[in-house]
Design a protein around this ligand. Structure first.
Ligand code: FAD
Length: 323
């Protein structure tokens, strides 16, 4: 069954988030040969069009308005609902980001549809699309299908491979005028709390520090290693509670969920609440001076030793190999 599918292109800090390309790949599977429409919402979004087409969008609809400069739930939902009303899609795909987590349930509820959130994989069987999503903080996975109404999903970053970029692809572009009004929240200022580097939830490599890092200064060697590997720095709650780093870096049950290709845990004991946020990483390396630390139970490679010594050696060796 061919479906018309809408995918929200998400822009942050002047560029499209990677998860938008992953959402497009999911959209292609759901569409099953039907049309995939990427929607761009903002004040001026023209510069993002080409990339969405190159990653698989057949058509782009842009909704531009001065009140859409910053994300607000009211503004974006008016814009997206107008597109949905006009296009009447059989599927709508969002990234499972702070924005997607806020907007997707609101839109799904407005049109009285269900929502499958945080999908990590999808496959087709006959006319159905079967979605996989983690439950119990990643300890198990469930498979779900939508039996009635449009398919609404949010896609967990770093789990679904984007399509190969094709610079020769062409897509039709149109603008939809929407009268954006009655916005109840005003964004006065956007404060950049975390470092400006690689986005933690989308990073392919995460170097995470725990209480074993011992101080704010102790995070510097971790940042150096992350920089060499083109990755991002994360932390356990232990490190955040001790004020060694900002809570925006916290990974775990009450922090961010990450699924990088490589997770390097430095001085982290491996408490269940931390593991909930990183256990689905593809390769896990743990560095801990305690050979009985729980983190070694889920690690693919374990290094028993002082993290500062090990991180310094890794950074030096990898810098020589990579540069
Ligand atoms: P510790 O448990 O103190 O471990 C420090 C580790 O560093 C030890 O294993 C030690 O051997 C090692 N170490 C020390 N020095 C060195 C050295 N020089 N070299 C190498 N290794 C060294 N935690 C999270 O992380 N994320 C969450 O989202 C989260 N949510 C929670 C929600 C609830 C409701 C509760 C109750 C707890 C939550 N926690 C969470 C806290 C969690 O239970 C742990 O307390 C926390 O993860 C411990 O952090 P840690 O591993 O950095 O510290």
């Amino acid at each position: 069954m061919m479906r018309k599918v809408i995918v929200l292109g998400e822009v942050r800090d002047g560029s499209l988030r990677n998860v938008s390309f992953e959402a497009l790949a999911a959209g292609k599977t759901i569409a099953a040969g039907g049309e995939v429409i990427a929607v761009l919402i903002g004040e001026d979004v023209s510069s993002y069009i080409d990339k969405l087409v190159q990653y698989g969008a057949d058509r782009i609809i842009k909704v531009e308005h001065i009140h859409l400069k910053n994300y607000t739930s009211d503004g974006y939902s008016q814009a997206l609902l107008a597109v949905i009303e006009k296009e009447d899609p059989e599927g709508v795909v969002f990234g499972h980001t702070a924005l997607g987590k806020d907007l997707a349930p609101k839109i799904a509820a407005r049109i009285q549809s269900g929502l499958i959130s945080d999908i990590t994989a999808l496959e087709t069987a006959d006319d159905n699309v079967i979605f996989t999503r983690p439950i119990y903080s990643g300890k198990a996975f469930e498979k779900k299908i939508v039996t009635d109404g449009p398919i609404f999903v949010t896609v967990r970053p770093n789990n679904i491979a984007p399509l190969e970029m094709d610079e020769s692809r062409k897509g039709e572009v149109s603008a939809l005028q929407v009268d954006i009004k009655d916005i109840r929240t005003i964004v006065k200022e956007v404060l950049q709390k975390a470092s400006k580097g690689v986005d933690l939830s989308e990073a392919k490599v995460v170097v995470a520090g725990g209480r074993g890092v011992k101080s704010e200064q102790g995070f510097k060697p971790l940042q150096e290693l992350a920089d060499v590997l083109g990755g991002a720095v994360g932390a356990s709650r232990g490190a955040c509670d001790a004020d060694y780093c900002d809570y925006s870096l916290q990974i775990g049950q009450t922090g961010k969920v990450v699924t990088p290709d490589l997770y390097i845990a430095c001085g982290i004991s491996g408490a269940i609440q931390h593991v909930a946020g990183m256990s689905n990483s593809k390769v896990i390396i743990a560095i801990n001076k305690d050979p009985d630390a729980n983190i070694f139970k889920i690690a693919d490679y374990g290094i028993v030793g002082d993290l500062f010594e090990v991180v310094a050696i890794l950074t030096k060796e990898l810098r020589e190999i990579i540069q």
